[in-house]
Structure formats: C-alpha cells, structure tokens
Design a protein around this ligand. Structure first.
Ligand SMILES: Cc1cc2nc3c(=O)[nH]c(=O)nc-3n(C[C@H](O)[C@H](O)[C@H](O)COP(=O)(O)O)c2cc1C
Length: 244
C-alpha cells in the first residue's frame, strides 16, 4: 500500500502543515512518500508519485476560510489527471488554521469533497485543526527545553557528581507531558485516521480538534506572539511608513 503525503503550505520550511503531516506519517504503514506543493514546478513529480498511490494525505493551511490559491490551481490540474488516467485513490485531508476553532476548516473540507466527486476519486474525510501556528511552535519549545535541561544536568553534574539529578529530570518530564497534552487531541485523531488509511481506504469522516489550551489563555498568547512576530517581520508599522 502506498500513501502520498502532499504538503500544501507555500512555506519552504517549518510549516504547521509539514509538522502535522510528519506526525500523521508515524501512524501510517506501507510505502510512504512526502511531496511539497508550492507552485507549478512541483506538479510533475507529484503526479508521478500519484500514478500508483492508494491513498493521498493532503496537509494544508486554511486561507481566508478556504484553500490557498496555489492548491486550488493544482486541484484543477489534478482533476484532469485523475480522470484521464482513470485513477481512484482515497483522499484524506489535514487542514490547519491559525484561530483556535478547528471547525473553521469545514468549508475547506467541503471544497475537497466536491473536488473528489468531480475528479472521480474517493473522499475519505479529514481532520480540521485549530491553533495550527501554536501547535507548530510546540516542537521548537520541546527542542529548546531539551537543550536547557541537558545543560542543567551537566551543570548539576559538575557541582554534585550526579549527572542524572532527579529534580531536573522530573521537571523535564513534566514539561514534555504538558507539550504532549497540547498535542493530545491531534495525536488521538491521527491514530484513528492512520487506522482508517491502513485499512485500505476506510472512511474516516470529518473531525475537528485544536491545540488543547483554553481559549482565554490562547488568545492573549496568540496576540503577543503575532505582535512580536510582526515586529520582527517589520510589519507592524509598515502600512504607516510605506510610500503610498
Ligand atoms: C493569507 C492567509 C490567510 C489566512 N486565513 C486564515 C483564516 O481564514 N482563518 C484562520 O484561522 N487562519 C488563517 N490563516 C492562518 C493560517 O491558517 C495558519 O497560519 C496556518 O497555521 C498556516 O499553516 P502553514 O504553516 O502550514 O502554512 C491565514 C494565513 C494566511 C497567510
């Protein structure tokens, strides 16, 4: 069984779509291929892999309550490709959005369902994930935490001769537990969708989840994050200072 994972984020690296697709990959058996879909130059190599694919997992961001335009353009070509080659793979989707409600991906899912109908391929459902940006950040928080705790272990090791200080290890495990909890809803549905894919195209249906943080905590942190991000990108005052 061959599954092709298509990452539909226009970002070159470290997109939420690539993070989520890599996590889903862990729960899928058989031959697995991952492709990037950023522009027209990617079509040929993707179609090459789709010729003998049993399942496709399209991981993509939500843009203005819909699909990114470069993915729509690809789907127009893909519709012809599937029909002309008489191919009927199973399509699953992982849609993520910046706001916290995963349900905002519902219209995107409907577009994909209609696409499958037109292209003659099998719509098998997908997962709509809220707080995609923040979920993506958790992997970097994990890496930073790991580095910090390793340094702390080395320092306490030098001071006490014990390189496996229980207090440091337990604090690290607690923090890992918190990060895992944030991702728990996503992991739960990835396991279930993995089972559906492994059962050769079982219908999964549409499911919605989000980063497991209460909204009243998510919103101020998201505001702060985008304020800082915007400052680094020079975006906050760009509109004011730009020549009209
Ligand atoms: C042009 C654009 C439009 C967006 N529209 C929405 C939207 O309608 N709703 C939403 O919740 N997030 C929206 N977002 C946020 C993205 O869905 C979010 O950042 C996502 O995690 C990006 O995924 P990626 O890293 O895989 O590209 C938008 C982002 C961009 C750049």
């Amino acid at each position: 069984m061959k599954t092709v994972f298509i990452n539909g984020s226009p970002k070159k690296k470290i997109s939420a779509s690539s993070y989520l697709s890599a996590m889903q990959r862990l729960f899928v058996k058989g031959e697995k291929v991952t492709k990037q879909l950023r522009n027209k130059n990617d079509y040929e190599s993707i179609f090459e892999e789709l010729k003998d694919a049993d399942a496709i997992v399209l991981s993509l961001p939500l843009y203005v309550d819909g699909l990114p335009s470069h993915v729509l353009a690809f789907l127009e070509e893909a519709e012809m490709f599937f029909r002309e080659n008489d191919l009927h793979p199973n399509l699953y989707c992982i849609a993520n959005n910046g706001f916290i409600e995963g349900r905002q991906n519902e219209p995107l899912m409907q577009v994909l369902e209609n696409f499958c109908f037109r292209a003659g391929i099998n719509w098998r459902g997908g997962i709509g994930i809220g707080g995609g940006v923040m979920l993506n950040v958790t992997r970097f928080v994990f890496l930073v935490q790991t580095a910090v705790y390793i340094i702390m272990l080395i320092i306490t090791g030098f001071q006490t001769g014990n390189y496996f200080h229980e207090g440091v290890i337990s604090a690290f495990l607690q923090n890992v537990g918190v990060l895992l909890f944030f991702n728990a809803g996503v992991i739960f549905f990835f396991i279930r969708m993995g089972i559906a894919i492994n059962r050769r195209g079982k219908d999964f249906g549409k499911h919605y989840t989000r980063i497991l943080i209460p909204s009243f905590i998510f919103i101020p942190f998201a505001n702060l994050f985008f304020l800082i991000y915007s400052l680094f990108k020079g975006g906050l005052f760009r509109g004011w200072l730009a020549k009209k």
